[in-house]
Design a protein around this ligand. Structure first.
Ligand SMILES: [Zn+2]
Length: 293
């Protein structure tokens, strides 16, 4: 039996599998849940090396295998952060909510510590240490409605609609860049194993590769989500679509334009909560549609 991502002698990476590991690590660090990553691997038809479907536990074991650090596939700092995130007990409890709430998994981030906020009760909350700082919380229903309306108005501008129409060519460009990077990484793995390139050089390449993988996956997801959009694209058709859409599809729709929203702490805790969103607490970070991979 060989470790996923590596040859039997544990000395070289297997490019396709190293890609899966690198991408999944980047996504966990970005706040995505193991369950959601496993699901998207299964959706893409990527199998474990035994040919099975991915499950959270197996994926977790692979992402945390020490060989990833020993071979430089992941930096020590990232590995430590990953370990902290994946072994946080509050993460397990929040699991069953993760799919039910449209902004979980990295869309809502703490304005103090930048960690992904989790769904608790009827709020999004920054998880307690070590996963987060535990100091920020915001009501969920009003925030979700506010973000949904912002996304609707952005999606229906002429600029965004034109940008979405170019989704296919962007996905192709991102795939091409990733393919070239795959070639570079495979060669670099050989060079690194032979001692021809240094560890920092290997780490830099591997990080660049993670970035391109994330970009290509983002464009692929975007392209898939574009296909689900109602036609014509207006606030009204979107609202009708939203009411019927599944949480997964809703999340895909948000992901067309929304990177994440940062939540600042409430300025005055004593102020009675009237159920609306204090927009001054929010900083919305949009994706750039024409971003180069
Ligand atoms: Zn925090």
């Amino acid at each position: 039996m060989r470790p996923y991502g590596y040859t039997v002698d544990r000395k070289a990476t297997i490019a396709d599998e190293a890609l899966v590991i690198g991408d999944a690590i980047a996504r966990v660090l970005g706040g995505e849940s193991l369950r959601s990553i496993a699901r998207s691997l299964n959706d893409q038809g990527i199998k474990t090396y035994n040919g099975f479907l991915w499950r959270s536990q197996g994926l977790k074991r692979i992402l945390l295998q020490p060989l990833n650090v020993e071979t430089g596939l992941v930096s020590e700092a990232d590995h430590d952060k990953l370990k902290e995130i994946l072994t946080d007990p509050s993460r397990r409890q929040s699991h069953r909510y993760e799919l039910a709430h449209v902004l979980t998994g990295g869309y809502v981030r703490c304005g103090l510590c930048a960690n992904a906020m989790v769904y608790r009760g009827t709020s999004y909350a920054c998880p307690v240490a070590p996963a987060g700082c535990g100091r920020v919380r915001i009501g969920a229903p009003a925030l979700e409605a506010y973000i949904r309306d912002l996304v609707f108005s952005l999606l229906t501008t002429p600029q965004t609609r034109a940008g979405l129409r170019r989704a296919e060519s962007r996905a192709k460009t991102a795939d091409k860049a990733l393919k070239a990077a795959n070639g570079r990484l495979t060669q670099a793995a050989v060079d690194y194993a032979k001692g021809d390139i240094s560890r920092p050089a290997w780490l830099a390449l591997s990080r660049e590769h993670q970035r391109l993988t994330a970009a290509a996956n983002r464009e692929r997801r975007r392209l898939a989500a574009t296909g689900h959009l109602p036609k014509p694209l207006t606030p009204k058709t979107l609202a009708a679509w939203w009411d019927k859409a599944s949480t997964t599809t809703k999340r895909e729709l948000l992901g067309l334009v929304l990177d994440h929203v940062k939540i600042k702490p409430a300025p005055d805790r004593r102020r009675p909560h009237d159920g609306s969103v204090d927009a001054r607490r929010l900083k919305v970070i949009w994706l750039k549609l024409e971003e180069n991979p």
